[in-house]
Ligand binder design. Structure first.
Ligand code: 0PR
Length: 352
């Protein structure tokens, strides 16, 4: 089969994007390096330290602990694992809003903890009263989302953090997607704004690093130490990551993406994406669609099955939320011209 990679010119629903050219070049150079064995591959290990330091700058954390993970799924799982292993309860649980990414279900399943999902408010954000009511002595971890997968919503992070702290639970923020938009907004979301213990921020989403490059950050080195297992036959004697051999391409690509873009190019991307999201939301509203007002650059709106199918038939990669809204994620590759062409497709579908 003569397979070709997906072009991005009609991709509206993905949280992946074209990597930054400098990041793609760096990835290719480090394809065979294994950051899982830093004593043998010291240069890629240095690049990882640099990437983690910059992620600390992005997320308000001096001297961050953490690493470049395979993705948000691994980072979220590690947050649950760290909380489970330190829990006082013999039956530790995780409390999170229903808007959390499905990776928490995988984490709960693999780690043998119960996940208590709490309904969100009418605007798709974590409901602090409902969360507080769901927390009990078994709660080891409370999770909030800074940029939800379906609606791009930012939970009230400082408030949820206070509730978690009061209950003696750890607090994790999932900014896998939102983390490269939020520094340029007024939201309180990171280590400097609230008492969080761990955070997920993925360079391979809005950060324009090549896949695989997730980000797992912890306030204390002790969190990483607690995750580490001994690696007797390697020159370095412990490993805190979930995977063993890791992608040097992912790590070097993330380091280069961050070097090239933090902060100016990320800010430009945010401003452009936010303006595009507002434009799309206005155009859809003018045409009579029911639009969920965008908070971060992600637009969800009601769309009939016939129009959804027409858009897919025209080659648009579009997906739906669990409640049926179509969603357009304004990733770095999504231009104003693309959105206008998408609107043309919808207009033709309504006439047709
Ligand atoms: N946390 C949040 C808030 C996410 O949105 C995602 C992924 C994750 C964690 C998990 O990250 P990884 O997929 O890196 O492990 N959200 C997207 C989603 O599930 C992932 C995605 C990306 C799906 C690109 C499709 C796609 O083409 O929709």
């Amino acid at each position: 089969m003569d397979a070709t990679p997906q072009e991005f010119d009609r991709v509206l629903s993905s949280m992946c994007t074209r990597p930054h050219p400098a990041a793609a070049r760096a990835a290719e150079r480090f394809l065979a390096d294994n950051p899982g064995d830093p004593a043998t591959y010291p240069d890629v290990a240095t690049l990882e330290e640099r990437a983690v330091a910059t992620l600390g700058d992005v997320t308000g954390l001096d001297d961050p602990a953490g690493y470049v993970a395979s993705g948000g799924t691994e980072a979220n799982l590690q947050a649950v694992r760290a909380a489970r292993d330190r829990a006082a309860s013999g039956d530790p649980t995780v409390v999170a809003p229903t808007s959390v990414h499905f990776s928490f279900q995988k984490a709960a399943d693999v780690l043998g903890v119960d996940l208590h999902l709490v309904p969100v408010d009418d605007d798709h954000r974590a409901d602090t009263d409902a969360l507080a009511a769901a927390i009990d002595d078994d709660t080891a971890l409370v999770v909030a989302v800074a940029g939800t997968t379906e609606f791009g919503r930012v939970d009230p992070i400082p408030e949820v953090g206070s509730i978690a702290r009061e209950a003696g639970a750890r607090f994790h923020v999932d900014a896998a997607w939102g983390g490269f938009h939020l520094p340029f907004t007024d939201h309180a979301w990171h280590f400097g704004h609230a008492s969080l213990d761990t955070l997920t921020i993925d360079p391979h989403k809005v950060g324009r690093a090549p896949i695989p490059a997730g980000g797992f950050l912890a306030r204390d080195e002790a969190t990483l130490d607690a995750l580490a297992v001994e690696t007797p036959y390697l020159e370095t004697t412990s490993q805190a990551t979930l995977t063993g051999t890791r992608s040097g391409a992912g790590v070097a690509g993330a380091a280069a993406a961050l070097d090239e873009q933090w902060p100016d190019a990320y800010e430009e991307n945010h401003e452009r994406a936010a303006a595009n999201a507002v434009h799309l939301a206005e155009q859809l509203t003018d045409r009579g669609y029911d639009v969920v007002a965008p908070e971060l650059p992600l637009v969800a709106f009601s769309l009939s099955d016939a129009e959804f199918d027409a858009a897919r038939d025209a080659g648009w990669r579009l997906s739906r939320t669990g409640s049926g809204e179509a969603r357009v994620v304004c990733m770095p590759h999504v231009t104003r011209a693309m959105l206008d062409a998408f609107l043309d497709t919808l207009d033709a579908a309504r006439v047709g």
